[in-house]
Design a protein around this ligand. Structure first.
Ligand SMILES: [Zn+2]
Length: 222
């Protein structure tokens, strides 16, 4: 048994404006029904609609399965959360940490905390090693790496450091500031295996992305 249906592309006329020129009268034949105005199927329209629905369902299920697999992998990596959930958790932690952080004081203080980043900054006087330090009071300061025993301290991300300096808060963010003339530095190197110091002859590039703008630094305090 065959099922004949009016062609929906040409509404049964067999002609289409963007059809194929293959007729003696130079009109354009419908490309879908080949100019006859109807199409013949082995199965009923209902059966074909069902088959299409089943195929779509299968595709949807396969997509869901792939997504679920990806999320399961993420949960395995983070130990329970998807990357998106982990990100939300981190951001909440950062917000909480920042809320608890004290404002950067003004004047000569002792900074004591962890180095978040070291980078080389180009200045009119040459390249200068800078560091971003998260003080134990929560605020973050940025400035030149102090000298220890007459040479620039060989510090790295993750090291802890204590030094005296003159500190000024940023105009934009009271929890972020700049320090000048650091002295009396005491450095404790972290135990991190891949610790990369500034005097390392072959540093990993990602440790050395030089942020010239304060806002880059703010992003990096994570
Ligand atoms: Zn047609």
């Amino acid at each position: 048994m065959a099922f004949t249906e009016t062609c929906t592309k040409c509404d049964g006329t067999g002609l289409l404006r963007w059809g194929v020129i293959d007729r003696p009268d130079h009109k354009k034949s419908c490309w879908d029904c080949e100019g006859v105005g109807h199409k013949t199927f082995k199965t009923s329209p209902e059966d074909r609609a069902l088959a299409r629905a089943r195929a779509q369902k299968k595709r949807d299920e396969a997509l869901l399965a792939r997504q679920e697999k990806r999320l399961a992998k993420q949960r395995e990596i983070t130990g329970g959360l998807t990357f998106a959930e982990k990100q939300v958790e981190r951001e909440a932690q950062w917000a909480e940490e920042k809320a608890k952080a004290k404002d950067v004081p003004t004047g000569k203080i002792t900074v004591s905390g962890t180095i978040l980043k070291v980078d080389l900054k180009d200045t009119p006087f040459g390249s200068v090693w800078k560091m971003t330090v998260k003080d134990n009071n929560g605020f973050v300061v940025w400035g030149s790496i102090p000298s220890i025993d007459g040479r620039v301290a060989n510090c790295a991300k993750g090291d802890t450091i204590t030094f005296s300096a003159t500190v000024t808060p940023s105009d934009k963010d009271p929890k972020f500031g700049f320090f000048k003339r650091p002295t009396k530095a005491v450095l404790t190197e972290s135990t991190r295996e891949n610790r990369i110091g500034i005097l390392d002859p072959d540093p990993e590039p990602e440790e050395f992305i030089a942020p010239h703008k304060e806002w880059n630094l703010m992003e990096d305090r994570r």
